[in-house]
Ligand binder design. Sequence first.
Ligand code: CA
Length: 232
Amino acid sequence: MLIVEDETELSDLLSAAFAEAGWRPFVAGDGHSAVRLARGCEPHAVVLDRMLPDSDGLHVLRRLRDHNAQLPVLLLTARDALPDRLEGLSAGADDYVTKPFSLEEVILRLRALLRRSGADNGAPPAREPVRALGDLTLSERSREVRRGGTPVTLTAKEFDLLWFLMGSPRQVFSKAQLLDHVWNSSFDGEGNLVEVYIYSLRSKIDKGRAPMIHTVRGVGYVIRPAASEAPC
Ligand code: CA
């Protein structure tokens, strides 16, 4: 679920509410990042603020529509005047809410849009076994890995190791703990095995990007969101 809103207090609230609803939120603070994220992250729907620092939300809306004519878009507007609402709807918004709005209303309207677009069958959201951190996402069922929207191919064991690390972001694990949890093996001087897999994972996940997998000297390894990248 892409949230396009420059007021961080509001985007934080929406993010928390969407995560609670079972949707994976990611945030763009301006129109330029919104278009980039919509192309790279393939959101199911977009919540789009009309008033953005770099452009009118309606301009962003047209650019989103150019790329994906079916993408459901809910417009956030501070204006309640009829001409403004009509302008938003005729520009291609599927629905709108007027600020200040209730989070419940936003969720209900989005559910309705998703149902209409076929992305949601109306049932409570399935808790897909997906782990996401920053712009990195893993899907357990399909074993799909994406960083910044780009698919990454991992071996089965690399996936297991990354899945385990992603289960506890920011927690440092020793080689012995990783061997125990990922390989079901006791620590018998097999630390090199972990090093080899971490090296390989880094070359696939972090290469040419802001690093997420870090070594904590003398302790072990940790995964953290890359500070400089937009979450996806
Ligand atoms: Ca705004």
